[in-house]
Design a binder for this molecule. Sequence first.
Ligand code: SF4
Ligand code: FES
Length: 358
Amino acid sequence: MSAIEPPLALLAELTHRCPLRCPYCSNPTELARAKDELTTAEWARVFREAAALGCLQLHLSGGEPTARRDIVEITAAAREAGLYSNLITAGVLLNAALMARLVEAGLDHVQLSVQDADEAGAERIGGMRGAQEKKRQAAALVRASGLPLTLNAVVHRQNLHNLPQLIDIALDWGAQRLEVAHVQYYGWALANRDALLPTRAQLDVATRLVEEARSAHRGRLVIDYVVPDYHAARPKACMGGWGRRFLAVSPMGEVLPCHAAKSIAGMRFPNIRDSSLEDAWTGSDAFNAFRGTAWMPPPCRGCAHAERDWGGCRCQAFALTGDAAATDPACALSPSHGLLAAAVAEAGEARFRYREFS
Ligand code: SF4
Ligand code: FES
């Protein structure tokens, strides 16, 4: 195998606990309990090892990362390790005192999720009363702190009609960047696929609106756009390729090639409690299973796009075909491509299934 390059970014899933219950949550269907979560010292070790491995960016995520009582100490550990830290938060637990302590600890960036533009829709989707107002206040705290703010809007069949208003919210709340991300279907999102998949017409309108807004707000708001695989003819280069640029550590210390990798039944992952991050990255079976192109079956093998999209998404291949080594069905060349059109044709369920936390 050719030399393994270092990862660029680490996703630290600090906890699965979260006050929201979004029906497209990408956390596994089996959640980690608080008592099993990595300690502050264990996270600090992970950050040091990530930096030594070559990582530059750290995403502090969850669940809701601010549900950790030691979020300030964890942020300080990130700064001490020399990592650029991005807090990915629902914002509903943020207050002025916590914001000030996070800034003092060295936080670099905040990414705030928003579930819908209208309050009732946002509260229905997130399953939490009063969430929208708390998010608005959180955005104001971030802006007042001087940190850069990205708004993250996950879009789907039941909120796409409000995309223009979501763009207005990003402008009103002072975000420099808006990520308009269509739902990706793993974990809990797959259980709600019938209620979330957009129609082709909805997707086309959304794509046009994003293009128009990009021109209208150039210089003031950057808009990133993640399109849904289910209407695509080619897959995305998920994670920039398995084991190439990115790694995640779960709340209990599993080292994962992507945030959804646990959805691949039967795959075993190294744990930071009995492995170094470097050994997990370079030497583990899990990371080497789909690294590069040697593992690829036809039609990926020999395909001109193999080193561009890396065969698409392993989690999606597993979710739809039961084989993580199959070509991603998002590719028109996959023998399973028809599954996507069939799922789109079946979509239209109005009600969401929500997780129940014990
Ligand atoms: Fe990508 Fe494989 Fe499809 Fe080629 S056949 S475009 S490598 S997913
Ligand atoms: Fe796991 Fe795409 S989400 S490889």
